[in-house]
Ligand binder design. Structure first.
Ligand code: SAM
Length: 228
């Protein structure tokens, strides 16, 4: 998979993909992540990427021409273009699974008041939000998308089962995890996990995932049919 990121702050990405699972996936050429400076597609001497809003009001708006030029230079017919935007569709594990099938993804990070409305149309971009809050720019959302996506690529995780049991994969939260010691300040690891009885362990995990989901995120259960 190839992921291209368009931003006015490419330096923000200098180290972020050099750790853990994303680093290993890059080293194993499962994913190629390239970061582009939007200013490379400006045409004026000040390398301008923003301008004041038509209609007045505070802040600046990202100009459409450099963004479209960047996408047109990077994209081809295999490409899915995603604009990170607070008003976009909420990013969910199901959307990430869909994007993990794509050969080429372009992520566009906005800044200021946002991006000229004509960009999404001209670049055939879908808009995704990482949550109901407003960040200063789309760079951190783009990092979120890359990290969450890479975990889903075949062979990215040492044990592929681990992604399958993650929260949201089956419409439920993950079950609780414990490691040594067996007892910490009077808090014991549940006996069943020490029993070696794998059927009982599987059943306990399933029931705990279900009860935790019911307690913390009941709406997940109403949208999925889960075996109880
Ligand atoms: N005026 C915009 C609004 O109220 O929707 C906010 C613009 S925000 C300050 C600047 C940029 O940050 C956006 O263009 C987008 O790329 C990014 N951004 C901020 N919050 C985001 C979120 N929750 N999800 C995805 N992108 C976000």
């Amino acid at each position: 998979m190839q992921i291209d990121i368009i931003t006015i702050f490419p330096d923000m990405f200098r180290e972020v993909f050099n750790f853990g699972i994303v680093r290993r996936a890059r080293e194993r050429t499962l994913v190629d992540v390239r970061v582009h400076d939007l200013r490379d597609w400006t045409t004026d001497k000040h390398r301008t990427t923003d301008d004041s809003p038509y209609g007045g009001g505070p802040g600046m708006v990202m100009k459409v021409e450099p963004l479209v030029s960047a996408v047109e230079a990077i994209a081809d017919e295999r490409t899915r273009v995603v604009l990170l935007a607070p008003r976009g569709a909420p990013l969910r594990q199901s959307k990430l699974r869909e994007l993990a099938e794509v050969e080429h993804l372009v992520l566009v990070a906005g800044r200021y008041e946002g991006v000229d409305e004509r960009f999404a149309y001209a670049a055939n971009a879908e808009e995704l939000s990482i949550g109901d809050y407003v960040l200063s720019g789309g760079e951190i959302p783009a990092m979120v998308v890359v990290d969450a996506l890479v975990r889903l690529l075949p062979r990215a995780l040492a044990d592929p089962e681990s992604a399958e049991q993650d929260s949201f994969s089956h419409g439920m939260l993950d079950f609780p995890h414990y490691t040594r010691p067996e007892e910490f300040r009077g808090l014991r690891v549940p006996e069943v996990l020490l029993s070696g009885n794998h059927a009982a362990i599987d059943e306990w995990r399933h029931q705990r995932a279900l009860s935790d989901t019911r307690a913390r995120r009941p709406e997940l259960l109403t949208t999925q049919k889960i075996a109880t």
